[in-house]
Design a protein around this ligand. Structure first.
Ligand code: COA
Length: 213
């Protein structure tokens, strides 16, 4: 047997004009950890609801690997959380997640993402989120996509705005103890999706259908 027969998600590949997105495999972990260690955001405040980038550099790669392994354990037909490694040229520059619960009934996906700082501001964040929205709406049959970002996070909210999301309320989170922040929730209907000019190509989707409900 090969690995893709055991875990079909490892065979899935979504290609955009500049990027290749594949569910994180162990071979991607060193590149992903390096992308994180090189810096994802300014240290003064964290954009994440779980402040995983605050870990000491000696601990971050192991924590990251452990989190990625835990995601694989959470894949069932109705509930899944898939982290895609974002390949740009010959390196991994970040991650774009797609997750859902009760997908067959709710037809709703959630996304989260990060990129190493050296590639911010080049439209890559928009390209990778748009790619997974095309996949979710047009291939998986999603009807809604949700996301959220700290209210100060103009880059993340900028990506959401460009793609057509509407504001969907505010909640309070405290990723760092004693430092509560407002989180702006956003929501996108399939019909409101501001579609990119390009399309994705997909390989290896058929064997993964049982994973997506
Ligand atoms: C959020 C993130 C993935 C966005 O990726 P990116 O490649 O930097 O974003 P893009 O270049 O696609 O920018 C999209 C839009 O956001 C806006 N934007 C980007 N950076 C901005 C900034 N610093 N200030 C204001 N607006 C900004 C722009 O309007 C841009 O649209 P434009 O192309 O018309 O100018 C990336 O910045 C990142 O990894 N940040 C740190 C981690 C993080 O915040 N993750 C999200 C947690 S919710």
């Amino acid at each position: 047997m090969n690995l893709e027969e055991i875990w079909p998600l490892f065979g899935l590949e979504i290609t955009t004009p500049r990027l290749v997105l594949r569910p994180v495999r162990d071979i991607d972990l060193p590149g992903l950890a390096q992308a994180a260690l090189d810096g994802v955001h300014e240290p003064e405040r964290t954009p994440f609801s779980v402040p995983w980038t605050d870990a000491a550099p000696a601990d971050l790669p192991r924590n990251l690997a452990s989190y990625q392994w835990s995601l694989r354990n959470r894949v069932s037909a109705e509930n899944w959380s898939i982290a895609f490694a974002v390949h740009h040229g010959d390196r991994v520059v970040g991650s774009q997640d797609l997750s859902a619960h009760d997908f067959a009934d709710r037809r709703t996906v959630s996304t989260g993402s990060w990129l190493t700082r050296s590639v911010h501001g080049q439209g890559i964040g928009t390209e990778m989120r748009a790619a997974l929205l095309l996949f979710a709406f047009d291939v998986l049959g999603a009807e809604w996509a949700e996301s959220g970002a700290a209210s100060w996070n103009e880059a993340s909210l900028g990506v959401s705005k460009k793609l057509g999301y509407e504001l969907n309320g505010v909640t309070r989170v405290a990723p760092r103890p004693g430092e509560p922040v407002d989180e702006q929730r956003v929501r996108l209907a399939k019909r409101s999706f501001v579609r990119p000019q390009w399309s994705i190509s997909i390989r290896g989707a058929d064997p993964v259908w049982p994973s997506w409900g």
